[in-house]
Design a protein around this ligand. Structure first.
Ligand SMILES: Cc1cc2nc3c(=O)[nH]c(=O)nc-3n(C[C@H](O)[C@H](O)[C@H](O)COP(=O)(O)OP(=O)(O)OC[C@H]3O[C@@H](n4cnc5c(N)ncnc54)[C@H](O)[C@@H]3O)c2cc1C
Length: 250
């Protein structure tokens, strides 16, 4: 049985800016396409493409963040693949609606008899807790396999094999624990990511989603430092990581 102890976050799509030739901006400094889209949108509002203050993209976006203007951040979208994340964690994640899109592994279609399980951060490092938890996951997985077998027998008369399996798996999944690993593609615009990160990096957030939020933040900060650089990651008293936003959007 595969036990996962941390999430895997992979960037699978980033914005591509196609600058309009008839409205050229006097860019200063290096920037990614996502950052340039936000700057372009901001400058359009005041027709300041000539960059009168000679600001770099990072300075320009920093100023917008400071002022709390969120809408120009809605034009740049980043798509992440999240793996090594539990079903209970994605249940919390998908509560973020505005600006988000999701596609998640289906437990009705996919066979979970060899599923991996995500060990909660609170269990990790304590040999007794870990051993008990692993045994419980093994028992749950065995229960799932048994339920699928029984249900396949019950629905033996259903001719369509794919449909029969789906009927069995959708009922058998009821015995799988919240810790079952899932995979999910999450797309969101920068404004939406910033809102989600602010909430889920906080010390009050559940430990696994906080750990996922930290991993997401690291990916997005590498991608677009001018859009996410004001977030700070720090260690809490219990030595786990949390984060705080520099410029809160009211
Ligand atoms: C520490 C913590 C504990 C939590 N505990 C619980 C819990 O016990 N039970 C529970 O059910 N949930 C819980 N939640 C989830 C929480 O209630 C929200 O569902 C989740 O954080 C998403 O926040 P949101 O609605 O602001 O986000 P989004 O859906 O991303 O929305 C962002 C913003 O857009 C606006 N918006 C979005 N949709 C609407 C709308 N329909 N109408 C008007 N404005 C809208 C709001 O301003 C909203 O803040 C918890 C969250 C956290 C961070």
């Amino acid at each position: 049985m595969l036990i996962l102890r941390e999430p895997r976050v992979t960037l699978i799509a980033r914005p591509e800016f196609v600058p309009p030739a008839h409205l050229p901006v006097e860019w200063k400094g290096e920037a990614s396409d996502g950052e340039r889209i936000a700057e372009f949108a901001g400058r359009l509002c005041y027709m300041s493409q000539h960059n009168p203050a000679g600001r770099t993209t990072a300075d320009y976006l920093g100023n917008i963040l400071r002022q709390g203007h969120g809408s120009v951040f809605e034009h740049a979208q980043y798509v992440l693949l999240l793996e090594g994340i539990s079903r209970s964690c994605t249940h919390e994640l998908v509560r973020h609606r505005a600006g988000f899109g999701y596609s998640q592994l289906s437990q009705r279609y996919v066979d979970e008899s060899t599923a991996a399980f995500v060990m909660p951060p609170a269990m990790q490092g304590d040999a007794e807790l870990e051993a008990t938890w692993i045994r419980q996951m093994e028992e749950a997985q065995a229960a799932y396999v048994e339920a699928v077998e029984q249900l396949m027998r019950r629905y033996a008369a259903v001719e369509d094999r794919v449909h029969r399996r789906k009927m069995a798996r959708e009922a058998a999944r009821s015995v799988l624990p919240n810790g079952t690993e899932t995979k999910i593609v999450v797309s969101a615009n920068v404004r939406a990511w910033r809102t989600m990160l602010e909430l889920r990096l906080g010390e009050g957030a559940e430990a696994e989603i906080r750990r996922v939020a930290v991993a997401i933040l690291r990916v997005l900060q590498r991608e677009a430092p001018a859009l996410f650089g004001d977030f700070e990651i720090y260690r809490m008293e219990d030595d786990t990581e949390a984060g705080r936003v520099g410029f809160h959007k009211v």
